[in-house]
Design a protein around this ligand. Structure first.
Ligand code: ZN
Ligand code: MN
Length: 133
């Protein structure tokens, strides 16, 4: 939780509960998912509180907003650069941590100095693949 204080994020009990749920969470939850989980502990918490907390955190760089699920924004507390795999059936998002070398040829770079990248791979996860339909 220290890292959140370091980025100037004021900690209230409700915010702490949200951070607690996010910390080390690899599920890439949506705001709705987080609200559902945290409101069990804080029944008076509103969805707006969850949403606003995520938005403030995002602005301060404490969480990354993923837009790869067109149905809803997903959030990633892992702010280290990494890539993602998304299941087109169940929308599960998995991490890719390997540091694979990706280059853009000079002629395509438009004189940009490239400082990062984020690749989204789409596919069918093993669970969905196992379901015969
Ligand atoms: Zn799936
Ligand atoms: Mn991730």
């Amino acid at each position: 939780m220290e890292k959140y204080k370091d980025i100037g994020f004021k900690l209230t009990p409700q915010r702490l509960a949200i951070l607690d749920h996010l910390d080390g969470n690899k599920e890439h939850p949506s705001a709705e998912d987080i609200y559902k989980a945290v409101s069990k502990q804080f029944p008076t918490m509103s969805f707006a509180t969850v949403y606003n907390t995520l938005e403030t955190l995002r602005q301060k760089g404490g969480v990354i907003e993923l837009t790869i699920d067109p149905g809803k924004k997903r959030f990633d507390p892992n702010i280290e650069p990494h890539h993602h795999l998304i299941c087109i059936k169940c929308k599960r998002i998995a991490d890719i941590h390997g540091n694979y070398k990706l280059t853009v040829p000079n002629r395509e770079r438009a004189d940009f100095e490239i400082v990062g990248n984020h690749i989204e791979f789409y596919g069918i996860c093993p669970k969905c693949k196992a379901v015969k339909n």
